[in-house]
Design a protein around this ligand. Structure first.
Ligand code: PHE
Length: 462
């Protein structure tokens, strides 16, 4: 996942007529592969928690919420932690291109394992998705980076387009998988076909697998557009750096700055990723999921973040360009990110108080996610590019791994915190959401105080 970010031989040999929105044609291949991979990831994730806590009579696993939250937390933690060995395997053995292919095949097998109702195949499926995603996710991001030469101005814009692909997948997936898993209509269809309606969850999981297969077909058909990118393992740089030259004092300071961002990013994801756990359960159990008299599946709310990203990403990219030199520094953007994620979850406090008197309007969640995505736009894409700028050349891969590790630990905390959810105890919910809001907002305040020192650590990087 590493060196290919910094090292690129020649510009693309594919003709301009085959370019993708003014970018190398290989970006299209990676864009659609990642779109379908994220479709499979978020489609499955939208129903995972709900499937685990659903009673056996409804086809679920009948786990209690704590146990489900723990498994969810472990799973999402390991999925992103896999980026570290996954990047290593690409650098040393397979090269990024083959790692993405092998990873995708393993992911698809994982989702198809979940399509079977037995408990062992459930756990086996989770393990396969963890291994596959570790191989695919970091290496496909690194391949995006290596489509561009070192001075190519289009790199950041290429990453923004790629981030859109992620979210288009994340938007459609809960609609498709959630509909199959939860809707009464699909259950009726199953019944009229002579199949068990409680098996609907597994059709949702299978759909995730089909999405990954589509991504793989596309990846193979358009692989020639990738030219040389990711073809060979890189043995000398990146995560596997064996260079003996020690880091300079300035490089050490920059690594220290990354570590500060790392710590605050964990808090960000722990709160933000409540989307898949406590907020998902809140929507399922305490919200009126009705539009003009029609009951929609609760998991559809999992699409909201993605649609907000699709709408807001262009706004933010224009905003940053307009502000130019006057735009906030990276630590200041991180501060704003933490503040907004805190404000978002704070909205759940009055929503939970109201829920004591019966189901609440879905508008609350519409507002929560809106605030949280503003936070995401200030932190997530900014973080990725800041890490690549701050990391000493030979440590780019390792530092990318650190970035994924923050997401990984944040997701684990999100699962464990979400495990405290109890729809019968609104006061507990007020405490739960209130303390998450407090931690995020206090962390934002702390980072604001630290900003001048962090800027010093960053040296000439903005
Ligand atoms: N939406 C992002 C994605 O799916 C979330 C994420 C950020 C995941 C950072 C991993 C690391 O790619």
């Amino acid at each position: 996942m590493s060196s290919s970010i910094t090292a690129r031989k020649e510009p693309d040999v594919v003709s301009e007529s085959e370019s993708f929105a003014g970018h190398p044609a290989g970006l299209r291949t990676l864009f659609f592969t990642e779109l379908w991979e994220r479709f499979s990831y978020y489609g499955m994730r939208a129903i995972l928690m709900l499937y685990m806590v659903a009673p056996a009579a409804e086809g679920g696993l009948g786990f209690d919420i704590k146990q489900a939250g723990f498994i969810y937390g472990m799973y999402t933690m390991l999925v992103y932690m896999g980026a570290i060995p996954g990047g290593f395997v690409a650098d040393r053995l397979l090269g990024a291109r083959l790692s993405v292919l092998v990873g995708g095949v393993i992911i698809a097998c994982g989702h198809f394992a979940l399509a079977f109702p037995q408990l062992p195949s459930f756990y086996f499926g989770l393990v396969l998705i963890i291994v596959g995603t570790g191989l695919l996710k970091p290496n496909i991001s690194a391949m995006v980076g290596s489509l561009y030469g070192p001075g190519d101005q289009r790199r950041d814009s290429g990453f923004s387009i790629f981030y859109m692909g992620i979210n288009i997948g994340g938007f459609i997936a809960p609609l498709v998988c959630g509909y199959l898993a939860q809707s009464g209509e699909f259950k009726k269809m199953l019944m009229s076909a002579g199949l068990r309606p409680e098996g609907s969850w597994h059709w949702g999981f299978a759909a995730a697998g089909v999405g990954m297969v589509l991504g793989l077909i596309q990846y193979l058909v358009y692989r020639r557009h990738l030219c040389e990118v990711g073809l060979r393992p890189q043995k000398t740089t990146g995560l596997t750096a064996e260079s003996k030259t020690p880091l300079t004092r300035q490089e050490w300071l920059r690594v220290a700055a990354i570590m500060v961002f790392f710590a605050f990013t964990i808090i960000f994801w722990a709160v933000y990723e409540q989307a898949g756990t406590s907020l998902n359960l809140f929507v399922d159990r305490l919200t009126r999921n009705e539009l003009f008299g029609w009951q929609y599946p609760s998991s559809w709310f999992q699409s909201l973040n993605a649609i907000y990203v699709i709408l807001l990403a262009p706004v933010f990219s224009v905003l940053w360009i307009k502000l130019g030199g006057r735009q906030p520094s990276s630590p200041a953007k991180f501060t704003i990110g933490l503040l907004f994620v805190g404000l978002g979850i704070a909205v759940m406090v009055p929503a939970s108080l109201l829920a004591a008197h019966g189901k609440v309007s879905a508008i609350w969640l519409v507002l929560v996610y809106f605030l949280q995505v503003i936070g995401e736009m200030c932190l997530s894409p900014v973080g990725l590019s800041t890490v690549t700028k701050l990391a000493p050349g030979k440590l780019v891969g390792l530092m990318m791994g650190v970035w994924f590790l923050a997401a990984s630990l944040g997701n684990m905390l999100a699962g464990c915190l979400g495990g405290f959810f109890d729809d019968k105890d609104p006061h507990l919910l007020v405490m739960l959401f209130g303390s998450m809001a407090a931690v995020a907002i206090v962390a934002a305040g702390l980072l604001a105080l630290l900003t001048p020192s962090v800027r010093k650590l960053m040296g000439t990087v903005h």
